[in-house]
Write a protein that binds this ligand. Structure first.
Ligand code: NAP
Length: 234
């Protein structure tokens, strides 16, 4: 199957790294569903990306929104072959544990961990049925236990460590089904979250997620964590 016969869903695809991932996937010939909370933002992004991009209203913190979005995606395109769980928030600053903000932790986990999990639960069964799927979870080196040398951004870090665990579990459960599940660290990238002084541009940040989203048929890469297309320690 050519990439052009494949459909990708990029959550949080209307801006930042997600928008660039959507652009690169469309450039490779995939049909791209641009998930966004705001309909206007999704439509504007799709106008810029061209006819391969379709807007999809999607709030990953709402089970009803995920259900509706995945239902509409099936009607629009027949199914989702590639899922990029890009939507994420970073709500806590440099304060370190034992500082604890329950609301920040809850909201961060609801988006960064449960959001990816909700969408995967809705999308993966169709991939298994089709015998093909690529799931890419946007994580961060901040979530790596091996590299955990400070407590800055504690809720964000914990959410990405948990997302890494979800990546490993999903990959193990889906072994042999044709569905590959990997985690990608884009590196510190200029965006709403990364800020203007980050050393990387969105194209560089999107490269590893797009590589994992388009792993060729027969490729066995699954259950891995990658940065710059190279393994990063968990
Ligand atoms: N930038 C970095 O340096 C960096 C480094 C490591 C990892 N990452 C990861 O890369 C991913 C993208 O980050 P970014 O830098 O592009 O961040 P960003 O510019 O802040 O964009 C975040 C995206 O997530 C979406 N989003 C947030 N909550 C959502 C929800 N409940 N439902 C649907 N979409 C939601 C936002 O949509 P709205 O427009 O609706 O707000 C936006 O599209 C994140 O997972 C982040 O953790 C980024």
């Amino acid at each position: 199957m050519r990439h052009g016969d494949r459909t990708a869903l990029v959550t949080g695809g209307a801006r930042g790294i997600g928008l660039e991932i959507a652009r690169q996937l469309a450039d490779r010939g995939l049909r791209v569903l641009v998930g966004a909370r705001g309909a206007a933002a999704a439509e504007e992004a799709c106008r810029a990306l061209g006819p391969a991009a379709l807007p999809l209203a999607l709030d990953v913190t709402s089970a009803a929104s995920v259900r509706e979005a995945v239902g509409s995606a099936r009607e629009l395109t027949g199914g989702i072959d590639v899922l990029v769980n890009n939507a994420g928030v970073s709500l806590d600053g440099p304060l370190r544990p034992p500082y604890f903000d329950e609301d920040v932790l809850r909201e961060t986990l609801d988006t960064n961990l449960a959001g990816a999990w909700r969408v995967a639960e809705a999308v993966v069964p169709g991939m298994v049925e089709a015998g093909y799927g690529r799931v890419v979870n946007l994580t961060s080196s901040y979530g790596s236990l091996s590299l955990m040398d400070s407590g800055r951004h504690p809720a964000y870090r914990v959410s990405k460590t948990a997302l890494n665990a979800l990546t490993r579990m999903l990959a193990a459960e889906l072994a042999g089904t044709g569905v590959l599940v990997n985690a990608a660290d884009p590196g510190w990238t200029r965006s709403g979250m990364g800020g203007p002084s980050a050393p990387r541009g969105p194209a560089e940040g999107a490269d590893t997620p797009v590589w994992l989203a388009t792993l060729p048929e027969g490729d066995g890469t699954t259950g891995g964590l990658f940065a710059d297309r190279r393994p990063l320690p968990w």
